[in-house]
Design a protein around this ligand. Structure first.
Ligand code: NDP
Ligand code: 8X3
Length: 253
């Protein structure tokens, strides 16, 4: 395969944002390593584009040995990853903190925090050695604005944002960029179905709204990556026009 295309690795490319980002980055001229647990979806994604432009890679973000084996476990011609899009992640439940399943908290932390930092740690040395690269991570408005039931999910996204800001500090003086994209309400993905475990409840989240869509996130990723080399977009917060913060809550009981 020709080396003329830059290489991006997109986690969570089997659905939602990651699927749209992978396709958009192929359109932008990248070769894309598309990861997730559902191999058949990755194969189908690769089948949507010219042969050799997407490498489907089954990768569980909680499998620390597999994450730590990167990039050397990749085919040689795919090892020089220029762009890492840390997109894989999930919310589980909307219960009050004391009513949650502790295992759900562990899963969110393992995926959204531990998996994200481990894959970043695995791929950063190559970017630093080449003095070229960009890490883009999906945060969330839930990392900034608290709401009932967001407990650990929102905290994982606050972690992502601060981790990325700290990366920027470490990377000062290197041509390796770091960005967080923090969307609000976004439909067209499996996020709410995974969170609530029920398609009807998931559909109700978006009823009567015009939410962000995965293509909007993919567009933002492409914009962030397409900035001139001297520009680092630190943090992008985006909401649909139908959403805004609603002020502080007061108990009057
Ligand atoms: P989806 O549920 O549609 O997609 C989530 C992706 O993450 C899937 O490809 C899934 O792949 C992957 N994933 C989940 N767990 C693992 C795991 N253990 N190992 C590997 N891959 C995993 O959600 P979205 O596209 O909506 O969300 C993408 C990101 O954006 C998440 O980080 C989410 O928190 C964030 N976000 C979402 C918002 C929204 O409203 N939708 C708003 C703000 C941020 P598979 O199951 O095949 O492994
Ligand atoms: C997803 C957005 O508001 O459901 O991160 O937490 S929200």
């Amino acid at each position: 395969m020709s080396q003329k295309f830059r290489i991006a690795l997109v986690t969570g490319a089997t659905a939602g944002f990651g699927h749209a980002i992978a396709l958009r980055l192929v359109h932008e001229g990248y070769r894309v390593i598309a990861t997730g647990r559902r191999q058949e979806r990755l194969e189908a994604l690769a089948g949507q584009v010219e042969a050799g432009r997407i490498l489907p890679l089954r990768l569980d973000m909680t499998d620390l040995p597999a994450l730590r084996a990167l990039p050397h476990s990749l085919p040689q011609e795919w090892q020089a990853v220029d762009v890492l899009v840390n997109n894989a992640g999930l919310a589980l439940g909307l219960e009050k903190a004391w009513q949650t399943n502790p295992q759900d908290w562990e899963t969110m932390i393992a995926t959204n925090v531990t998996g994200l930092v481990e894959i970043t740690r695995a791929l950063l040395p190559g970017m630093v050695a080449r003095n070229s690269g960009h890490v883009v991570s999906l945060g969330s408005t839930a990392g900034t604005y608290p709401y009932p039931g967001a407990n650990v999910y929102g905290a994982t996204k606050a972690f992502v944002d601060q981790f990325m800001r700290n990366l920027r500090s470490d990377l000062l003086g290197r041509q390796v960029r770091a960005t967080t994209i923090a969307p609000g309400l976004c439909g067209g993905s499996e996020f709410s179905q995974v969170r609530l475990g029920d398609q009807g409840k998931a559909d109700a989240v978006y009823a009567g709204t015009a939410p962000l869509l995965p293509q909007d996130i993919a567009e933002t990723v492409a914009w962030v990556l397409g900035q001139p080399a001297h520009v680092n977009i630190n943090h992008v917060e985006m909401m649909p026009t139908c959403q805004a913060s609603a002020g502080l809550a007061v108990d009057r009981s």
